[in-house]
Design a binder for this molecule. Structure first.
Ligand code: ADP
Length: 484
């Protein structure tokens, strides 16, 4: 089955968060189930620099006012389609922001162009004849794809939209609507109009044949006002089309037995070798000694991720005998709070501000516990990497965190299935209590090794979830008459 995947970031070409990991892992995971997936993404500078001898696969004289080309390029077995539109993407900064961290003012045009290009591929097929049977859009940046598709020759082609984070909706003023090239009838409450504005994500949720999000618990949560970010009404109306499919991880990239980015390789039967990573991490974060559990955080530093609560309990964590190593970047106030904690607890709290993929691997290999105190978390990946690396997750009981970590309560511990610690709500008291439980467990090497072992044996691969996506695709392309 031929599937076009549309995403604004795809690992390893460009990454700012979990979306890139997922969009990057799906083609290989789905190939095993007979899915021929090609991935469309914008031709940012960073992406174009990685292309070797690309082919021109489609040309546009006027794609929302700019000229553009689709470049096709196979890298490490993955078929990429890169939207080369220099007027939109050839600039400094990240995928969404300029060098100073401000959103590009024309983000609506940049990502509408991506969606329009995806729809054109579905309508006309690429120059080599490849035409998708399904188009799978990710997040708001690809949200208008099903909207454009319903007006052209690909109106009958099924579409899927995956919500990786409902907090990001791509909302813009009504003045951009005439520039999108959509009929005025789309600017209604049943279309892409959202409280007088244009919402890319809403359009996708409204028009896609199926909606998926990245864990079963988050799929339920977003139907409530507390997590629905204003879209719970629409999501409830489309509940019949909603599926929660938990993310897997790329077990080749994230494998402690072969990872070249860590100090020493290990497996669950050779956990002693892990110590070299622990030592390397302690050196990197300037820890005074290697006593007590090292809690690690690899995260955007934002309110969503509960980093304010983390900063609040840093002193208690140290008083209880733990250490804290944080890798992340984000809100300046939160960076400041963590910097202050690191200064106050030198040798016990360490902070690296920035984005550092290699260090994120060492954090998982050398930490004792990965801390994820998110207020909401669609799936979360760092706890999955933690499981795979014997870095025991301590997580908020929400979204995908609730679905992927088994709390070490009495029953789960007795049954030897526990893999970490959960807490709720996300408050300093509740987080403190979870840390206390983790630190008590760490003090007994046998109990801790068992937790690590059970986590490392958990299936965090794409196997089961890829099967679910493949089944969903099959259901969508099945002739309607076969669907009772
Ligand atoms: P989100 O997508 O909401 O940011 P996820 O847990 O789903 O959160 O995915 C985050 C991804 O980004 C993980 O692969 C994580 O390792 C990575 N990551 C986050 N912050 C950093 C950082 N500062 N340096 C390196 N990798 C990071």
């Amino acid at each position: 089955m031929k599937v076009l995947s549309v995403a604004s970031e795809v690992y390893p070409l460009i990454k700012t968060g979990g979306l890139a990991d997922v969009a990057g892992a799906l083609p290989a995971a789905l190939a095993a189930h007979g899915v021929d997936m090609r991935v469309l993404l914008p031709g940012y500078k960073q992406v174009k620099a990685k292309l070797r001898k690309p082919n021109r696969a489609m040309e546009f004289d006027d794609l929302l006012g700019v000229s553009a080309v689709i470049l096709a390029c196979k890298i490490d077995g993955v078929d990429y389609l890169v939207l080369d539109a220099p007027a939109l993407f050839d600039r400094d900064g990240g995928p969404y922001t300029d060098g100073a961290g401000a959103d590009h003012p024309d983000n609506w045009r940049r990502f509408a162009a991506l969606c329009r290009a995806a729809a054109m591929i579905a309508e006309e097929g690429l120059d080599d004849g490849w035409t998708p049977e399904i188009v799978h859009a990710h997040d708001w940046q690809a949200g208008l794809t099903p909207v454009y598709m319903q007006h052209g020759r690909a109106a009958a082609t099924p579409t899927v939209i995956t919500v990786h984070n409902l907090a990001f909706q791509g909302q813009f003023g009504p003045d951009i609507f005439p520039e999108l090239g959509l009929p005025q009838t789309d600017f209604t409450v049943d279309g892409i109009e959202y409280y007088g504005d244009v919402s890319f994500l809403k359009g996708g949720l409204q028009m896609a044949s199926a909606i998926t999000t990245v864990s079963p618990t988050y799929a339920q949560e977003i139907r409530t006002p507390a997590f629905g970010m204003g879209l719970d009404g629409l999501i409830n109306a489309r509940a019949g089309a909603l599926h929660g499919i938990v993310n897997g991880i790329d077990t080749q990239v994230w494998n402690p037995a072969t990872d070249t980015l860590i100090a020493a390789n290990y497996t669950f039967s050779k956990l002693k070798k892990r110590q070299a990573n622990r030592k390397a991490l302690a050196e990197r974060f300037g820890f005074a000694d290697t006593d007590g559990p090292v809690f690690t955080v690899v995260s955007r530093l934002t309110w969503q991720k509960g980093i304010d609560v983390l900063a609040e309990i840093a002193a208690d964590l140290v008083a209880m005998g733990g250490k804290l190593a944080v890798l992340g970047a984000g809100d300046q106030a939160l960076e400041g709070a963590l910097l202050a904690a690191a200064a106050r607890h030198r040798g016990h709290v360490g902070l690296v501000i920035g984005y550092d993929e290699p260090l994120s691997h060492l954090m998982q290999a050398g930490g004792d516990a990965i801390l994820v105190p998110s207020r909401f978390e669609p799936c979360g990946l760092t706890q999955l990497y933690g499981l795979r690396y014997g870095n025991v997750p301590v997580v908020a009981r929400t979204g995908g965190l609730a679905d992927t970590v088994i709390d070490a309560n009495e029953a789960a511990s007795a049954a030897r299935v526990a893999t970490g610690f959960q807490f709720a709500p996300v408050t300093p008291d509740s987080l403190r209590e979870a840390l206390r439980r983790a630190i008590r467990a760490f003090a007994d090497p046998q109990i801790w090794a068992r937790l690590q072992n059970q986590g490392m044996r958990a299936d965090v691969s794409w196997d089961r979830s890829a099967l679910r996506y493949a089944a969903l695709y099959a259901e969508l392309v099945a002739p309607k008459s076969e669907n009772p």
